[in-house]
Design a protein around this ligand. Sequence first.
Ligand code: ZN
Length: 188
Amino acid sequence: MKNVNLEKVSGLVRELLLELGEDVERDGLKGTPMRVAKSLAFLTSGYANTPRRVLNKAVFDIGLNHMVVLRDIEVYSLCEHHLLPFFGRCHVAYIAQGKVLGVSKLARIVDCFARRLQIQERLTEQIADAVLEASGAEGVGVVMECRHLCMMMRGVEKQNAVMSTSAVLGSFRDDPAVRQEFLKLAVS
Ligand code: ZN
């Protein structure tokens, strides 16, 4: 994914504002096209990132196999259907198989995929896949609960609906006891 051409995107946002009937020369809007361009560049910066780069060798050897759970990681993303935000939290767990990931790195893996145009289902799966690949864990579970502005501000206008998605891999998928333990820790 190439770097965002801020000048070009800014020009396009200006066009868009004009088409929406705005006066792009009024004080409040003068700097808006460039601000929106920079904002979009940041919100889609995940395309230029990879889990491998995010981790930067922060994978540590340990002797034990146990479940690691990181709860309540904040998620902010853009829905690819309306370019409106969806946001909430996610819980990531894995059963280490001799290797653990630096704890802040789990959150960075989430951002790496959240800062793209997404649907919540795919975002959840991509995080699970990336954690499995990076850690070599025997199993991974991810639960995500988000509110979607495209549903709250427009469309069906349901302000309190929270969408839950989950992805389970390895022992989290195959072993009901492991899955139960995960859900108890993550969704309590
Ligand atoms: Zn949407």
